[in-house]
Ligand binder design. Structure first.
Ligand code: LMR
Length: 333
């Protein structure tokens, strides 16, 4: 695969942004792993629409959804090598590149609502985190929301004990690994595009994701029970290859900045309703039994996962965890 990415990157050198002409618009390949009818999918399509409009066709954006170009880990390598120009990986996927800070968002029960999250991402903390990406050859342009995660398996999941011994698919985050270990489960890192089949064939027993991802990937069709835990959050960082971005003509870059700002507002506006609709569709499908946990069950889950805050302090940074908590404190939706 790496060979293929390298070949694609070598070919991309010949379409450097500076040499665009009327015949050859500047090409932005925007790769992502989810379905087009999700908050991220719609955000990417909105960016394409606005970028092409504001640049008067000087820029062409090709959106590749559903891992059609690259899977999770490969797409980050492809971006660094210049084979694609733009991605929006979830916060949980930057750890393997050596940027652990974004895993703070994986801590369960950290953020009470999206307003609290927004205060973190739009404030100095979130902006300082984006800066760290530059050392890895990419620029963080924006934070996009998905939403809060639910748990699913082929057995009802209510109390921490119910998770014991089950294999759960996780994204490549040490915090998520620790989360499932705290429940006595067995975490297994897997690309998003492989989850449906892994659930269907029993390679893993369960998974966690947002209603929008569960519904559009049909996970609910191969999981008998879905528990509305809302225990953690999935969101994205829109990243662009740094050299590509820096080499853009200044007027084009500012038109693209405008397109990104507006598509960010759009993506973040629709994320909640997209997830609410997906949850409705999951319920209506009748393919999975939707469980609403009691207050006592949720309190037990929170207690079981609480040691993570200690255990993950060394990885994510105690100061960062404290700062995020302080910033999010008392924010109501
Ligand atoms: C996952 O890998 O579970 C998701 O975060 C995929 C995505 O981009 O929403």
């Amino acid at each position: 695969m790496r060979k293929w990415i390298l070949a694609a990157a070598a070919a991309a050198i010949f379409v450097a942004p500076g040499i665009a002409s009327a015949q050859s618009p500047i090409l932005i390949k925007f790769s992502h792993v989810v379905a087009p009818n999700t908050p991220k999918g719609k955000g990417a399509d909105k960016f394409k629409e606005l970028a092409e409009k504001y640049t008067n066709g000087k820029v062409k954006v090709e959106v590749y959804p559903n891992s059609t170009l690259y899977k999770d880990k490969e797409e980050l390598e492809a971006l660094q090598l210049g084979a694609v120009q733009m991605l929006a990986p979830s916060n949980s996927k930057f750890g393997p590149m050596g940027i652990k800070d974004f895993e703070v968002f994986d801590l369960p029960f950290l953020l009470p609502n999206e307003a609290a999250l927004r205060k973190v991402t739009e404030g100095p903390l979130g902006q300082a985190m984006l800066k760290k990406l530059e050392g890895k050859g990419m620029i963080g342009l924006a934070y996009w929301d998905n939403g809060f995660k639910e748990m699913s398996a082929n057995k009802p999941l209510r109390m921490p004990d119910d998770y014991k011994g089950l294999k759960f698919r996780i994204q490549s985050s040490k915090v998520l690994e620790a989360q499932f270990r705290a429940l006595g489960a067995i975490p297994q890192v897997m690309a998003f595009s492989e989850v449906y089949q892994a659930l269907q064939t029993g390679v893993v027993d369960g998974q966690e994701n947002t209603p929008s991802n569960i519904y559009t990937q049909k996970f609910h069709e191969v999981q008998k029970y879905t528990t509305l835990t809302n225990h953690g959050y999935i969101g994205y960082v829109v990243v662009v290859n740094k050299k590509f971005w820096d080499d853009l003509p200044a007027d084009v870059r500012s038109q693209l900045d405008k397109a990104m700002k507006e598509s960010t507002a759009y993506a973040n506006k629709i994320s909640e309703s997209e997830n609410a609709e997906a949850l409705d569709d999951i319920k209506k499908s009748g393919k999975t039994q939707v469980i609403v946990p009691t207050g006592a069950e949720m309190a037990a889950m929170q207690r079981a996962m609480d040691p993570l805050y200690q255990d993950m302090a060394a990885r994510v940074g105690k100061q960062l965890i404290d700062d995020v908590r302080k910033t999010a404190q008392g924010v109501t939706n």
